[in-house]
Structure formats: C-alpha cells, structure tokens
Design a protein around this ligand. Structure first.
Ligand SMILES: N[C@@H](CCC(=O)N[C@@H](CS)C(=O)NCC(=O)O)C(=O)O
Length: 240
C-alpha cells in the first residue's frame, strides 16, 4: 500500500497544500489505494510535502510522484489528449505551481488576518510564548522566499492583479467542460483542483478567493471534484 505524507485537513479543504491535494488526486485518478500519514516535514526527503512511500521507496515532489505512477503503474494521466492539449495542460499547471502559488503564499502568510485564521493553526500545539517566536521566524522566512522569488516585491494590489489574470486564464480554458480538457480528468486537473480548492478555502477570506468565486465554472469544478473524489467530511469538517 502506498503511503502519502500530508499535513491533514485544514481551512475547510482536504489539505492546506495545493501540492498535497494534487498528489491525492493523482493517486485517485490512477485508481491506486493509499493511506495518508500526517508525519510533518521531518521525514520529507526534500523538506517539503507531499512525498509518497511505496514498498520502501520514497518519492518526493508531486511532479515526480506523477512520473513515478506513470512509469511504475503504467498509467497515462493524459491518455486521449492531443499533443497540443497535453502542452496546454502542462503550461497551465506550471502557471499555477510556479506563479499563482506564490501569490497564494503571500495572501496566507503576509496578511495578518489570514495568517491568524489560517497558517497560525499549524503552530497551535507549541506552548506560549515560544509559539510567537516560531511564528515570527517562519513568517520572516516566507517573506524572504517571496522577496527572492519576486512576487513579494509587489504591493498586495499588484500581486492580486497578476494572480487574477492566472485565475481568469484557468476559468477561460476550463469553459463549460467538466474537466480541463474534456469529459474526463487529465493530469493537470489534479494540480488545478489543488489550487482552486486552496484559493477558495472556506476558512480564508482574501481577494484571490473573490477573484475565483466570480467564475461560476470554477466553483462548479471545485465542487464536482470534491464530490466525486473526496468524502464530504473533507469539505466541511476541517479542523480549522
Ligand atoms: N514542487 C513541490 C512543491 C511542494 C511544496 O512547496 N510544498 C510546501 C507546502 S505547499 C511545503 O511542504 N513547504 C514546507 C516548507 O517549505 O518548509 C511539489 O510539487 O510537490
């Protein structure tokens, strides 16, 4: 049995990480049974989640988890797509993972109100006053990451403008189709779901959520995938 290492449900979503939600869906799309383990980052080979364990082999990073499933279990996530559709799907996925992700990170970690409603929960088990010191340290690290990546140098309004353009692009490409490229899910749907679910997380309020919720097709897409692939408790019964 494959083990998927996760953070656990937070913010009204199956996991606070869009990458972990992506890995969950990749395993579900491929029809592979798996168990979730909330082991934090200690064992993570690249210091990030998700990673999976399969027969003693550790595979970190959602991209390599996808490649591993494709190779070991001979499952083609993009079966039936043309070369052009495969390329558009890949490009859209990377727009989310390498651009939109950082806008989401800024909204969650730099905005005091969102931080209190969201990521602060990760530190709830740490006794006071140490908790404040740890929060301060981690938030400073996130700020530095965003500075180096570049989005952190923009104002919140500028970041929201860039992120809204990403969200509009996803909504336009999805259109009225049930999944990104048609009637069945492709590999990129795992990632796009992860991001739409994270951006529209019920517990958090921010301009990105509003930008996504104005697209009824995106709301329907998120709800459809939650309904088909996740039990309803994952949607509403989160601890945060
Ligand atoms: N490229 C990685 C990105 C994974 C990632 O950034 N995970 C974040 C959570 S969203 C993480 O574990 N961060 C912990 C840290 O940086 O300390 C993937 O696709 O899996």
């Amino acid at each position: 049995m494959i083990t998927l290492h996760t953070f656990g449900p937070y913010f009204g979503t199956p996991d606070p990480s869009p990458f972990v939600m992506k890995a969950m869906l990749l395993l579900k799309f491929a029809g592979l049974d798996y168990a979730e383990k909330r082991s934090g980052l200690r064992k993570a080979p690249k210091g990030k989640l998700p990673f999976i364990e399969d027969s003693g082999v550790l595979i970190p990073d959602s991209n390599f988890i996808r490649f591993y499933i494709e190779e070991k279990y001979r499952f083609d996530f993009d079966a039936g797509l043309t070369a052009e559709q495969r390329s558009i799907a890949w490009a859209l996925e990377k727009m989310c993972e390498e651009h939109l992700y950082f806008a989401l990170m800024a909204e969650r970690w730099l905005d005091d109100e969102n931080f209190a409603k969201g990521p602060a929960q990760f530190f709830a088990a740490i006794p006071m006053p140490l908790r404040f010191a740890v929060e301060k340290l981690i938030r400073a690290r996130v700020k530095k990451t965003l500075q180096l990546q570049g989005l952190g140098r923009h104002t919140q309004g500028e970041r929201d403008r860039l992120a809204s353009a990403d969200i509009d692009a996803i909504a336009t490409i999805l259109g009225e189709k049930p999944f990104l490229m048609g009637d069945s899910p492709c590999g990129a749907d795992a990632s796009i779901f992860g991001f739409t679910a994270a951006i529209m997380a019920p517990a958090l309020m921010d301009p990105l959520r509003a930008a996504a919720e104005k697209h009824q097709n995106l709301v329907g897409y998120r709800d459809r995938i939650l309904h088909c692939y996740f039990d309803s408790l994952s949607v509403t019964g989160s601890s945060v």
